[in-house]
Write a protein that binds this ligand. Structure first.
Ligand SMILES: Nc1ncnc2c1ncn2[C@@H]1O[C@H](COP(=O)(O)OP(=O)(O)O)[C@@H](O)[C@H]1O
Ligand SMILES: [Mg+2]
Length: 293
């Protein structure tokens, strides 16, 4: 990467206890401007990595640098330019939306005038102005996620870490969150963990696939697609032949049905001996299916 990386992660490893398996192993990456998708199933190490990037968790090995300086040396200076949306929905159920945001604004060191403008801007951005005086416990999952996102944006962070920001949301709410993220992405490094490909498919500059604490593939979406494209095939077969195909090629995915023909994508090392088999047009979803059998 020619532009200077804002955030550099060097050989980061974590084991939660002596002798425990590595939750993350030798992870290195350079993050510049833009949205980075961190992908992988539960247990892959996404939250572990994020917790080390935000400084909540001490690495077993390796370090995180912000513009070349170790974050553990930067301390407060680093925290002031960091936004973090943790995976678990936090407590504070009896707080109103406004009170919750003022509370975090104070923790982040905003004075009350700054907090006032910022909070009303953010409530507008995440479309929660009408709910400002509602208690958190009365909000839907999607509204809570939006409150948490607003919280992460209070200090106009340069580095924004979002751990499964769309977990538990319906498709419309997911799309909203994705749009908010995209709308604020300029001039920031945003790292977004998810196992929902559509969360990042259109907006990620680069994607990083983790499996059991190791990077299995990373780069632009095009590069990721290029890397696995030759293993993804496509064909149409009569509906009644699908079950026998499925028995031989369980790594397949039905993508449509038309005029009694089922359209199927198949993951295989070589083209299956099936009529009209061809190389498929590959999506990130296929990459995910390929990497996580
Ligand atoms: N606090 C913890 N103590 C011990 N093991 C943990 C802890 N948090 C995560 N792990 C383990 O580390 C691995 C990676 O977990 P995690 O980072 O939460 O993955 P992800 O966010 O991708 O689901 C898993 O095997 C998990 O069980
Ligand atoms: Mg996680």
């Amino acid at each position: 990467m020619s532009e200077a990386a804002r955030l550099s992660v060097h050989e980061l490893s974590k084991r939660y206890a002596n002798g425990a398996p590595y939750a993350l192993r030798h992870f290195s990456y350079e993050f510049g401007d833009g949205v980075y998708g961190l992908l992988g199933p539960n247990g892959a190490g996404k939250s572990t990595l994020m917790n080390m990037i935000v400084g909540n968790l001490k690495p077993t090995e390796g370090e995180v640098l912000y513009k070349g300086a170790a974050i553990k040396e930067l301390g407060k200076e680093y925290r002031s330019l960091l936004g973090y949306m943790p995976q678990q929905q936090q407590l504070y159920e009896t707080f109103t939306v406004k009170r919750f945001l003022y509370y975090f604004a104070a923790l982040k060191g905003l004075n009350s005038a700054e907090a006032k403008t910022r909070i009303s801007d953010l409530l507008e951005l995440v479309n929660l102005l009408p709910n400002a005086n509602q208690r958190l416990r009365s909000l839907s999952g999607g509204m809570k996620q939006r409150v948490l996102l607003a919280q992460a944006l209070l200090n106009d962070p340069k580095v924004l870490i979002l751990d499964e920001p769309t977990a538990g949301l319906d498709p419309k709410e997911r799309m909203n969150i994705r749009n908010y993220i995209y709308s604020i992405a300029e001039g920031k490094t945003i790292i977004l963990a998810t196992h929902v490909i559509s969360d990042i498919e259109q907006i990620a500059k680069e994607v990083i696939f983790l499996r059991k604490g190791k990077t299995v593939l990373s780069g632009t979406s095009e590069q990721a697609i290029q890397a696995v494209g030759k293993y993804i095939f496509e064909t149409e077969i009569p509906r009644e032949e699908y079950n026998s195909l499925n028995a031989v090629y369980p790594r397949n995915r039905v993508i449509g049905e038309r005029g009694g023909l089922v359209q199927v994508k198949i993951i295989a090392n070589e083209a299956p001996p099936v009529p009209s088999i061809r190389q498929a047009a590959v999506s990130l979803e296929d990459v995910y299916m390929y990497l996580y059998p």
